[in-house]
Design a protein around this ligand. Sequence first.
Ligand SMILES: Nc1ncnc2c1ncn2[C@@H]1O[C@H](COP(=O)(O)OP(=O)(O)OP(=O)(O)O)[C@@H](O)[C@H]1O
Length: 443
Amino acid sequence: MAVPTADILPQEAAPLPAPTDEVVISVQNVGKMYRIYDQPQDRLKHMLFWRFGKHYGREFWALRNVSFEVRRGETVGIIGRNGSGKSTLLQIIAGTLAPTEGEVRVKGRVAALLELGSGFNPEFTGRENVYLNGAILGLSRDEIDARFDDIAAFADIGEFIDQPVKVYSSGMYARLAFAVAVSLDPDILIVDEILAVGDLAFQQRCATRLRQLRDEGLTLLYVSHSPDSIKSVCQNALLLVEGKVFYKGHAEETMNKYLNLIREETNAAMLSKEAHLPRYIPFHSLAKAKLRYGSGHVQIERVELLDEDGQFSHSFRFGDMITILVEFRSYIEVNHFSCSFLVRDSTGVDLFGTTTFDERIEFPILRVGNRGLVRFKFLNQLRIGNYGVSVALNRTSQRDYSDNILFDQIDGAAVFSVVPDISRPVHYKFFVPISIDYEVTFE
Ligand SMILES: Nc1ncnc2c1ncn2[C@@H]1O[C@H](COP(=O)(O)OP(=O)(O)OP(=O)(O)O)[C@@H](O)[C@H]1O
């Protein structure tokens, strides 16, 4: 078997180049208002009479009081529910939409991959659009000539490059748009969901390219609905809720806030069906954990990592048995209790884990004041690196999780590292036991 060469081996996330202090995007108190008309004739009336101070229709603020700064070399993900204002914000920063109020300042050459249909002239061929976009970004014909083959190779759309863009499928369009944007050396790249339309191989190529550009110091704004995709590409992230910045921080923290928000909404809906339960019990123990959420009806009291000898440890080798110990206490009576864990890599991407419910373990009914513990034991098959463990307590009895209540979840409840063991290299993210069989024919 060919041994993978070092350059294709995934490395432990190298420290990213620190963003400089230079602010390249400054968004100050930005708001975007749309007027919503209940009757079609109100639009006309508004156009005719607003000058005289008479307004028709309702104001709807897609964005309001949005302020933040992005430094050169920073990679910022933007997440939020449908309609939270992500695309509006990107369009305002890209300069294709004017804000109703506030100010945006952008320094440097910007390439924007916004929604399908923007950026290319549909009547021109792919080739002509490449030259058009290059010219808009300030490149000379020679400079574009020098890059054209790379762009065509990355887009990989064959003879369609000489067809008008209007006959492209959405995937082809996205391929060419991405290839053009990343090949023209922008200082700032703005990417909306557009990548989601390409096939999986293309999405992976895009993600690899974005990481490469990020490591070379590109400033990136990246909208996606996938927390994992944001965590793997961005250092920091913004969470938009109803047109406002709800949180800005490290990408993993922001994604946790986002998932938390969704879980809290689901929890509130679920708890409202169970009128006998208090809505929320304040956390008593481990309460300082930063990324903790849930209803508090059952609470995590302690999380420890143990080695084979039952000793506390935060450092393991390949092949070691690791035990995650979770102690909990119940503040209500609970039927269908379940405990789960999840291991994440150093960029926050979820790797593996399970729930006692999925493993078909049935707990007795917990009574008020009951304490208990769960030990998850697994053989460490991870490569060298740092890992975080999230732990959660739930109520679940349905296979589709439709009655799920999240009692308590602590992200990063424990951390550990896997240290080198030269006798057993692990080339990719983790190893799974593999049986190998071979045949050699001798002539
Ligand atoms: N031209 C418009 N007129 C009226 N309302 C609009 C207009 N464009 C956008 N909106 C509204 O502004 C809000 C924000 O829209 P936007 O497309 O920015 O959200 P988003 O977070 O990108 O959503 P998604 O995840 O669905 O793409 C939505 O409620 C949308 O309906």
